[in-house]
Design a protein around this ligand. Structure first.
Ligand SMILES: NC(=O)c1ccc[n+]([C@@H]2O[C@H](COP(=O)([O-])OP(=O)(O)OC[C@H]3O[C@@H](n4cnc5c(N)ncnc54)[C@H](OP(=O)(O)O)[C@@H]3O)[C@@H](O)[C@H]2O)c1
Length: 334
């Protein structure tokens, strides 16, 4: 089969299309013929060596959707030919409140991932594909949708009528946060470094939008829009500090990343405002099931930036590295 493998650290240009054997599903696993896969920033970070535990060569990719073509021993929960979406969170553990940090991992490193014609995964990690969605749409959902769902609802506790501030809305996860927030009846204020992305966010329902490059005091202007109940951030650095300044007294901040690095937070800003700051990463199997159910009726659809053929994986990864995308970058696999 054809697969996108990383042989050497050094950036997206080091991804290669290789001919490799089709994997065999072990007991309890299924073989999925991947119809579409999608990029996450994690894949780019891995090519740059910015990820723990990298073992090469490896097939990258956490997101994928396809049909089941082989069953390992003792698999009864799914059948040959089932159309499925893959939950990339492997071995979350038994506690829905927090993952098993020692034993859990993500598909696509250290285990071979979805940027290939076939991938073997545990049967418990496949869920029926929402029928209303295309392969490309279904493949765009898993990692980003799961992270966004847990950050927004399970950890962020967003409710109808509340206001959420979404920093850097152009990102894969943040576009899902926007979709979920509007679906839940919340108000959404977004920031981005690009006016074009802000316009796209408005089309998806954003109620107010600020360019953090041209409006450096966006956090002060956000405060004039009314109280912000919840901030969801993966940028870190100065953005997180400003976002903490924008949230209302008694508000919440959910953090799942640090794209621009560490932040120096003033304890005063946290205790004086009685803030609740929560960390969140990926999501439990319960989160995944609840998140996927939101797409069942076809009214909610992921924001797709661009679809590339598998052979153009380097161009796709470069687009993400350059932050040119709004929403998910997808690989179509024939
Ligand atoms: N903990 C977890 O489970 C988990 C899961 C998924 C992702 N993450 C992390 O979350 C981050 C985003 O991942 P992704 O896959 O969604 O990446 P992505 O699609 O490449 O998005 C990158 C994001 O960074 C934003 N950004 C960059 N510089 C910024 C700045 N100065 N101020 C505000 N926003 C800025 C971009 O906003 P604009 O383009 O709109 O300006 C965009 O939202 C990464 O750090 C990733 O590792 C963590």
């Amino acid at each position: 089969m054809r697969a996108v493998r990383l042989h050497e650290i050094g950036g997206p240009q080091n991804l290669r299309i290789d001919e490799v054997p089709v994997p065999q599903p072990a007991a309890g696993e299924v073989l999925v013929r991947v119809r579409a896969a999608a990029f996450n920033h994690r894949d780019v970070f891995i090519t740059q060596g910015k990820y723990p535990g990298i073992a090469l060569p490896r097939i990258l990719g956490s997101d994928g959707a396809g049909d089941i073509t082989a069953l390992g021993d003792s698999v009864t929960s799914v059948a040959l030919g089932d159309d499925v979406v893959i939950d990339p969170m492997l071995d979350w553990g038994d506690d829905p409140h927090v993952w098993d940090a020692k034993n859990s991992s993500l598909l696509g490193m250290p285990r071979d991932g979805t940027f290939a014609q076939y991938v073997a995964v545990p049967a418990k990690n496949v869920y029926p594909k929402p029928k209303a969605l295309s392969w490309e749409e279904a493949a765009a959902i898993p990692l980003a949708g799961l992270t966004a769902y847990r950050a927004t609802f399970t950890r962020g506790a967003l409710k109808a009528g509340e206001t959420v501030l979404i920093t850097g809305v152009g990102g894969g996860v943040q576009t899902f946060v926007l979709l979920f927030a509007k679906h839940a009846g919340a108000r959404a204020i977004v920031t981005s470094g690009s006016d074009e992305k802000l316009a796209r966010a408005r089309e998806l329902g954003a109620d107010a939008a600020y360019n953090y490059k041209t409006t450096p005091d966006w956090h002060k202007q956000v405060r004039s829009e009314g109280p912000v109940d919840l901030v969801i951030d993966s940028t870190g650095g100065d953005t997180l500090v400003k976002a903490i300044g924008a949230v209302r007294p008694g508000g919440r901040v959910a953090i799942y990343g640090a794209t621009t690095g560490d932040a120096t937070i003033r304890p005063f800003d946290v205790f004086w405002k009685h803030l609740t700051i929560v960390g969140t990463s990926m999501g439990s199997p319960q989160d995944f099931e609840a998140m996927l159910a939101l797409f069942d009726d076809g009214k909610l659809r992921p924001a797709i930036d661009k679809v590339f053929p598998l052979s153009d994986a380097v161009a796709a990864a470069t687009r993400m590295d350059e932050a040119a995308q709004f929403g998910k970058i997808v690989l179509k696999i024939d």
